[in-house]
Design a protein around this ligand. Structure first.
Ligand SMILES: [Zn+2]
Length: 303
């Protein structure tokens, strides 16, 4: 009997796939007026007008990279077309070097939210937190006046206790720039210990941190938002898992959709990533889905 109860969901999913495949251009989406949300608010926001959270749900992306190794095959014009095609209306972008982010931002300033990355080259990824030159580099980059956040950077455990990291955290607070941290739980706690006023977007929601531990982290740290790229455990066989549904309903203002285009194959696969995200978003109450899809990113990085 179980299969008959599942049939309608299967049909809805197949319909969504067929609709997306048939459209070279996305169907126009209803414009959603952003609703300010705060980390302390534990109840879903109420949209002014009901919107579909099916295949046409407006989507913002909290984790795109445009690093130099993809520039040849994905010039700026192609990125813009791809974002149009998959329906990404705004996107938080970082890159190595930062020039990729600047190029995309200059071509599409209304869509691109630029983050400054503390990496001059990929070689900085493993030791930026202990290199004093990185502070001067980030300060110099910030003089461009375009950046809305600092990240995505990689940082784990006690590496988050260095003077360099302390200075970056203080810079973030002084200039109201959220950090985008690819970090384990210990590093997130160390960043908040460095300055409790800092706002952190947790890249990949800790990647492999259990849903129970994610809940504890969000409960304990009101300035923590969780970005969902690479969380393949959100859905199983295309269905939202009970653990993640419970997390999204308990913390409707704290999760942000993300794709993470860190290599070219992730750009190639972006339509499929978006399609599967739209699948599990469609299982959530409309307001919660809209928060994860757009509003939570906007509340953290502004309009
Ligand atoms: Zn990452």
């Amino acid at each position: 009997m179980n299969i008959f109860r599942r049939l309608p969901v299967v049909f809805i999913y197949l319909f969504a796939i067929a609709l997306l495949a048939a459209c070279a251009q996305p169907t126009p989406v209803p414009t959603q007026r952003p609703v300010p949300v705060t980390a302390a608010t534990a109840t879903p926001q109420t949209a002014e007008s009901p919107t579909s959270n099916g295949p046409t749900l407006a989507l913002y992306d909290g984790h795109l990279h445009y690093s130099s190794d993809v520039w040849a095959n994905y010039p700026v014009s192609k990125i813009k077309s791809l974002l149009d095609q998959v329906g990404i209306k705004r996107a938080l972008v970082s890159s190595t070097p930062n020039e990729g982010t600047v190029r995309l931002y200059q071509a599409d300033p209304n869509r691109i939210i630029p983050e400054v990355r503390p990496y001059r080259t990929r070689d900085d990824m493993g030791n930026w937190f202990s290199n004093p030159q990185i502070v001067a580099f980030v300060e110099q980059e910030l003089e461009r006046g375009i950046y809305r956040g600092i990240g995505e950077f990689h940082l784990n455990s006690d590496d988050a206790k260095t003077p360099v990291v302390q200075r970056i955290v203080d810079l973030a607070v002084e200039r109201n720039l959220p950090l985008h941290a690819h970090s384990n739980q210990a590093a997130i706690e160390n960043l908040f210990a460095a300055n409790p006023k800092v706002k952190i977007m947790w890249a990949h929601t800790g990647m492999s941190v259990s849903p129970d531990d994610v809940a504890q982290m969000l409960e304990r740290n009101p300035n923590l938002w969780a970005e969902l790229s690479y969380r393949s455990d959100i859905a199983s066989n295309g269905k939202l898992t009970p653990e993640w549904r419970a997390l999204f309903l308990r913390f409707p203002n704290r999760f942000v959709y993300g794709s993470d285009t860190w290599v070219e194959s992730r750009w190639d696969g972006l339509p499929n990533l978006i399609l599967s995200a739209r699948g599990w978003l469609a299982e959530l109450p409309t307001d919660v889905a809209a928060n994860i899809a757009t509003r939570n990113l906007e509340s953290l990085y502004g309009q």
